[in-house]
Design a protein around this ligand. Structure first.
Ligand SMILES: Nc1ncnc2c1ncn2[C@@H]1O[C@H](COP(=O)(O)OP(=O)(O)OP(=O)(O)O)[C@@H](O)[C@H]1O
Ligand SMILES: [Mg+2]
Length: 526
């Protein structure tokens, strides 16, 4: 038996298992590269209250069209000079370990691009960054050393800034397939513009075509706040780690200082439940005690986690985004109240519906999925939102297919239960599924109301226009029959219209007046 063992580095793992991170073929790799960089750019801006300006450029090599250089520039907080290579070239390094909603979660995205560039073109990454208060721009050319898991630095530089720019510009040269990826990438930007209407995004194709998604609202959702973990959200391993690292002197103090929603009373109650002496030092807990403490934390009824760490887009912005991009005749959005999934991770579900107008009718609704404001394009059928939509009965809401219907779903959470590392599908969690269904119902009810009103109005228009069609003719006949001086068809028509007017009210009267305005005047000799 061969028992030779070898530990591979995370960088090697990224290199070997590219498909897990979305780099499974050259088209998808281009899309994934753009996603990772754009999402980092947005995290570096809107998480810090900065209105994002993001520019993305794809250039194709003159000689080999299967090689592209992707450049992404933002106006974010930048990266401190000594941390640039590490942040972008050392696997699992992240500033997003905090408990608050962000697009990034793993500390792998930028590194997966660095490794992909290394494996396909051998080219290093070039990054320029100028932190918020810095007078300088810093430049690093780097890659990853697969054997040591550390960044490999090729060049460093810095110079005084000649403009007020702050942020990051990053550039990767990768093997890709632009023509296959094009439509998905454009869809990605379009979807992004819907949920980030406060961002100004420019995307330049290799042939120079510019797509500009201008900022359509100046108001940004409030950035999420960093919070302490909820006591019910921890895995046993995480609890173990926190116990090891804490500076608290007693286990009671540890509980109160480490978690949100834990006070003196609940700490004592939990410790009683777990059978642990409150004055015990945290590091001295036995494995069995940790197990009991973990169970007690999970079963104790703490208040729900704070939702301050979440930043839903908000119904108003979703509606504005859907209107601007899809040009529908009707739009509605719903933001649900916060709930918890998997024990103690807060989440909020939002659903938007756009109907009619410039939307093409289709055999089923077009689903636009988002999680933590990230557009999700691949693996649609594996996503919880797809499941909910598939089971939804549109007939109850007066929608018959083909119908011009778009459904937007947004799940935001301090922890999105992703199916895989490429972040394309959200796993099915009962609580999330239920919220999605309720939000969809709520929005669909408003659509039904709109459709009923619309149908009523159409019937009314039809009824009134049938009346009015005959009025000029009838007026003329009456005037001719009466044959009296001064009884003109115009006068008779006015009388008839007044009689009808008196019988109408509300919407009926409104439609009537609109149509009367358009009614051709009878020009007949009396
Ligand atoms: N454009 C940027 N501006 C400022 N900081 C950035 C930028 N891009 C990356 N960073 C920093 O580098 C870190 C690593 O980025 P990376 O994409 O590898 O991981 P992440 O965004 O934290 O998580 P994920 O793997 O889910 O994307 C980020 O957490 C952030 O601190
Ligand atoms: Mg990232």
């Amino acid at each position: 038996m061969d028992h030779e063992l070898k530990q591979i580095t995370v960088a090697e793992f990224l290199y070997k298992e590219k498909q897990l991170w979305g780099f499974e073929n050259p088209a998808r790799a281009l899309y994934q590269t753009i996603r990772e960089y754009v999402e980092n750019a947005l995290d570096a801006t809107d998480l810090y209250g900065i209105l994002p300006n993001v520019t993305v450029i794809i250039e194709q090599d003159e000689k080999d069209k299967s090689i592209c250089t992707v450049t992404v520039e933002d106006n974010g907080i930048g990266i401190p000079p000594q941390k640039i290579a590490e942040a972008l070239g050392k696997p699992l390094v992240t500033s997003k370990f905090k408990i608050r909603q962000s697009r990034g979660q793993f500390g792998l995205g930028a590194k997966a691009v660095t490794v992909y560039a290394l494996s396909t073109t051998g080219s290093p990454i070039e990054a320029y960054s100028s932190p918020l208060d810095s007078e300088r721009v810093y430049y690093v050319k780097f890659s990853i050393d697969l054997s040591t898991n550390e960044p490999a630095i090729y060049a460093l530089g810095s110079w005084r800034k000649s403009t007020k720019w702050h942020g990051t510009r990053i550039r990767a040269r990768i093997r890709c397939n632009w023509s296959y990826a094009r439509s998905r990438i454009l869809k990605y930007f379009e979807m992004l513009a819907i949920v980030t209407p406060y961002a100004d995004i420019v995307f330049i194709e290799p042939d120079g075509t510019i797509h500009h998604y201008p900022r359509i609202v100046e108001k940004m959702p409030r950035p999420p706040k960093e919070v302490k973990p909820h006591p019910a959200s921890l895995e046993k391993g995480e609890l173990q780690m926190l116990l090891k690292r804490t500076t608290a002197r007693t286990i009671k103090e540890f509980l109160i200082s480490t978690f949100q929603r834990v006070g003196e009373k609940s700490a004592l109650n939990v410790l009683k439940l777990a059978g642990i002496d409150p004055s015990k030092p945290p590091q001295s807990l036995t494995d069995e005690e940790i197990e009991r403490l973990h169970k007690a934390l999970r079963s104790y009824k703490f208040p729900a986690p704070s939702s301050e760490a979440l930043a839903p887009i908000g119904a108003e912005l979703i509606e504005a985004g859907l209107k601007a991009i899809l040009k529908p005749e009707f739009v509605v959005a719903v933001t649900r109240k916060p709930r918890m999934h998997s024990g103690g991770h807060p989440f909020i579900v939002e659903v938007g519906i756009a109907y009619g107008g410039a939307i093409e009718p289709r055999e089923q609704p077009l689903l636009l999925r988002y999680a933590n404001r990230i557009p999700l394009i691949y693996d649609e059928k594996a996503d919880v939102a797809w499941k909910v939509l598939e089971e939804f009965n549109w007939k109850h809401y007066g929608v018959n297919f083909p119908a011009p219907l778009v459904v937007l779903t947004h799940i935001c959470s301090t922890k999105i239960p992703w199916k895989v590392g490429s972040k394309e599908a959200v796993a099915e969690r009962e609580e999330i599924k239920e919220e999605l269904h309720l939000a969809l119902q709520e929005a669909a009810r408003k659509l039904r109301h709109y459709l009923i009103e619309k149908r009523r109005e159409e019937e009314l228009r039809e009824k009134i226009s049938t009346f009015l069609r005959y009025i000029p003719e009838v007026a003329q006949s009456i005037a001719t029959i009466l044959g009296e001086d001064g009884v003109t068809p115009d006068k008779v028509q006015r009388l008839l219209l007044d009689t009808l007017r008196r019988r109408m009210k509300g919407k009926e009267l409104q439609v009537f007046e609109q149509q009367v305005k358009n009614l051709s005047k009878v020009k007949i000799e009396a």
